[in-house]
Design a protein around this ligand. Structure first.
Ligand SMILES: Cc1ncc(COP(=O)(O)O)c(C=O)c1O
Length: 393
């Protein structure tokens, strides 16, 4: 008779213990309220309420009839890479070789490719906080060390060369730096000179710059500056999700530095074979839809004014300058020191859904919230009225 052996124990990986994106819980709670027939004013989502542009939807319909839609090259179909390269000439006056363009499954996949090709486990990556949580969480999953660079209103929530010099002086040097302009959640931007200074300094120091330019096109003053205007040792990451209103199509792109092109190609082929073919063929037509997309931006601009004025009139006056994207990042320290609890109460009692700041800044985000004005104007109006009642209670 054999004695039964102890059942094996299974241990989850430590790098898989990644923090969730808390706004998704807000999003789910708002959906449950809506299902129950209760009012919801959803300012939590960082996505347009509009569908993909007309030419994109028509191009998809055509592709279904005319294309096989099988696997494509890992880096994406040649016409799309050529069209993206043309976009850099049209918008920024930059000559980009289509061979430097990699089409990806949203910008999210581009981050994985950039981080994997550029950084080994233990690499130190500078990141201004508050910032988009996926940067921090993906880097954690890859075993990299995130070096937070706390940034506030003094520098428009952006890193500066002086801050980078300070980080370099007081520890082992950085291997990488992520910047986002316009940024999520603050909406603030680096101007042309600031971007050039950061790109130049990073190149001099051997710091691989990752420039997230996903909100380019959605700006309310000066247009975003492309990091490749200064230096091409880093990655530029962009997407069809925001300006082109195509979040669920899962299609984006990155400009890849020459020395990492082979590595990115091999990684992309192994990890996902290729980005989705239907979305690639459809995205070709996105560049015929600038006018439609600019129409969305005009509505965001109206919503932005409404929200900034409305918040100030309620007494929420400490607001990051919303230069671009579709967010207002607000200091609510006079109302709470626990933004997650406060935002949950706000939703439960009024139907207003916003993102607690702690998603974006683990230290100081307990006293902030992010409001998205990407939705319809009526949602912003309804939210402001309900929020005013809640705050004045
Ligand atoms: C700053 C920033 N970068 C990247 C992404 C990811 O976008 P996607 O993967 O849809 O391109 C988002 C999404 O909200 C974002 O806010």
């Amino acid at each position: 008779m054999t004695t039964p052996s102890a059942p094996p124990t299974f241990r989850p990986s430590l790098r898989g213990q990644t923090a969730p994106f808390r706004v998704m819980a807000v999003w789910a709670a708002a959906a449950r309220r809506a299902e129950a027939g209760l009012p919801v004013f959803n300012l939590s989502a960082g996505q347009p309420a509009t569908p993909a542009p007309g030419p994109v939807r028509r191009a998809l319909a055509d592709a279904l009839d005319t294309e096989v839609l099988g696997y494509t090259e890992s880096s994406g179909i040649a016409p799309l890479r050529e069209r993206i390269a043309q976009h850099y000439l049209d918008w920024y006056g930059l000559t980009v070789d289509p061979a430097e363009v990699f089409v990806t499954t949203g910008s999210s996949a581009a981050f994985n490719l950039a981080f994997l090709s550029a950084f080994d486990p233990g690499a130190r990556i500078g990141l201004a906080t508050p910032s988009y949580p996926a940067y921090r969480n993906i880097l954690h999953a890859l075993g990299c060390e995130v070096v937070p660079i706390p940034s506030g209103p003094e520098t428009r929530y952006q890193p500066t060369v002086a801050m980078l010099e300070d980080v370099q002086r007081h520890g082992p040097g950085l291997d990488g730096l992520i910047v986002a302009s316009p940024a999520n959640p603050s909406g603030t931007m680096l101007d042309e000179a600031e971007m050039a200074q950061i790109a130049t300094y990073s190149a001099q120091q051997g710091i691989r710059l990752i420039s997230d330019e996903i909100y380019h096109g959605i700006t309310y003053g000066h247009r975003g500056t492309c990091a490749w205007s200064t230096d091409r040792n880093g990655f530029v990451i962009n997407s069809f999700s925001k300006y082109f209103s195509m979040t669920g199509w899962r299609i984006g792109w990155t400009l890849v530095p020459r020395d990492l092109a082979g590595s990115v190609d091999a990684l992309a082929g192994n990890m996902a074979i290729c980005p989705p073919a239907p979305a690639q063929y459809a995205a070709l037509a996105a560049f015929d839809a600038y006018e439609e997309c600019d129409g969305h931006v005009a509505q965001y601009s109206r919503n932005r004014t409404l929200l900034l004025d409305g918040l100030r009139s309620i007494g929420i006056t400490d607001l990051a300058p919303a230069d671009g994207a579709f967010y207002v990042y607000a200091d609510i320290s006079s109302l709470t020191d626990d933004s997650a609890v406060w935002c949950a109460r706000l939703l439960a009692e009024t139907g207003v859904a916003v993102a607690p700041g702690v998603d974006f800044d683990l230290e100081r985000g307990h006293r902030t919230m992010r409001l998205s004005f990407a939705g319809p104007q009526s949602t912003v109006e309804g939210a402001l009225e309900a929020l005013a009642g809640f705050v004045r209670r």
